[in-house]
Design a protein around this ligand. Sequence first.
Ligand SMILES: [Fe+2]
Length: 238
Amino acid sequence: MKIAILGDIHGNIEALKAAYDAAASNNVEKIYHLGDLGGYAPFANEVVCFLIEHGIEGVQGNYDDAVANNKEHCGCKYEDMIQSTMATQSFEWTKKHATQKSKDYMKDLPFEIAFSVHDKKVKIFHATPLKNNLYWHNDRDEDFFLHMARKAEADIMIYGHTHIPYRKNIGNKVFINAGSVGKPKDGDTRTCVCIVDITLNEVRTDFLRISYNVDKVASAIIERGLPSYFAEKLRAGK
Ligand SMILES: [Fe+2]
């Protein structure tokens, strides 16, 4: 079974369209999104409409939960005061501009999606099987990975949240961070689509990187009144 995963889209409709086209042309059976549909870029409503129109199922991210439920904080972690101030502005902007339809969609997203392929249990969630705002980077120790696998009760785990893609195998467990469609943080400005092909004998992972009109989205960030800080981040892939 070949599937495509669209991680953290964050209001970036141009990246989503490019990612979707790449997924569709790879003959995948199904496309899933990993939540965090708004924030940082101004097109959360367009992203939600696109996902509904194209029948793309997905899970709830911390940002979706916070926007839909009008929380005080998006549940994200900040490295400094500037980032914290900018992120707060982005969060307030998104809560104000998200339509009721978008909020209802975000609110109704499940925490996780589970299914089996060739006797392998697959689980898809936003960040970890326990919490949707914990950062699960590649450099966590093996015990952490195996603890998460036990909690997920799965063989193949697919998630995002950190915006930095990786694939790791420990024993017969496979861990896939699908990266981010709309706000990559690995220094590569291109959108990221993760293709996962689960066959009887192996799990293949491909991280496709596709160019799209970054400038168009960066300009829209500024024109729509979001902090220009996020336009600069998008142009730097950070
Ligand atoms: Fe995110």
